[in-house]
Unconditional design. Structure first.
Length: 269
């Protein structure tokens, strides 16, 4: 049994070290201008960059020439670098005194296995920092003119991964329907039809809007707007490349009213 947490107040200075060797960095959803300043600084000062396949080519172009970049991501077609190998690389380069940037799409702590890597570094006494990034749900929906929350239709949103489930029956569909939240499914494109069927079987109206946002916040972004009932048929007519998000909920109706000039196409300065 784990010991109960201590009632201590921890300040940011309590976890500061003189030398940080590893940075777990969120690269955001794709548009390089959505990188945080801290994330960009980490990239530009890294000796080693271990990056996922979800990191966009535009961000990869920012890697300094003197850094050593290694692709360690996972693809839905089975091509993958094992988590054990990634951990070993983090440990190897950190012990050599290299500044390691572990660069992940979106946010490292939202379906990015950043928590696992942080615990691994803790266990091996490697100093690290965590740099958050804009997660795909926020970036892609904003670029599509879809508010994840709206006080008239949704007071919250729930993010779910479909990838780690052996089958969709392991998800508590009844609870998701009863929440009446906007739902965002990560890594669920190959299971989109099953997702729609399960939501309807558990009481969600067949007319509920669905959006599939493909390659969000990049120049190749596209979206399919339909309903739960019509989604299976629409998927046979349209090919949407990964990565893609599935968004479910009445907030999608505002997509037709919010005409977002895609932020990647304009300058705010």
């Amino acid at each position: 049994m784990q010991n109960p947490p201590k009632n201590n107040i921890v300040t940011s200075n309590d976890n500061q070290h003189d030398t940080v060797l590893v940075s777990l960095v969120g690269a955001g959803p794709g548009d390089p201008e959505l990188l945080t300043v801290k994330a960009l600084n980490c990239i530009l000062n890294a000796d080693i960059i271990l990056y996922d396949f979800l990191v966009s080519p535009e961000i990869i172009d920012l890697f300094p020439k003197q850094s050593h970049a290694i692709a360690v991501g996972k693809r839905c077609n089975g091509q993958a670098t094992s988590q054990q190998t990634i951990n070993e690389l983090l440990l190897k380069y950190a012990r050599k005194g290299k500044r390691v940037c572990r660069l992940k799409g979106g946010d490292p702590f939202i379906f990015g296995r950043g928590g696992e890597e942080a615990l691994f570094l803790e266990q091996h006494n490697i100093q690290y920092v965590i740099i958050p990034g804009i997660t795909a749900a926020m970036g892609c929906c904003s670029y599509s003119g879809i508010p994840l929350t709206h006080r008239q239709v949704s007071r919250g949103f729930t993010a779910i991964t479909a990838h780690s489930q052996k089958d969709t029956h392991q998800i508590n569909w009844q609870a998701l329907v009863e929440l009446q939240h906007s739902l965002v499914f990560y890594m669920g494109l190959n299971r989109a039809e099953q997702i729609a069927i399960q939501l309807m079987l558990h009481g969600m109206p067949a007319s509920t809007p669905v959006a599939i946002i493909s390659q969000g916040t990049t120049p190749s972004q596209s979206q399919l707007i339909t309903s739960l009932a019509q989604l299976p048929e629409q998927l046979t007519k349209h090919t949407l490349p990964s990565p893609a998000l599935i968004v479910v909920g009445d907030v999608i109706t505002y997509h037709h009213q919010i005409h977002n000039t895609l932020l990647r196409d304009i300058k705010c300065y």
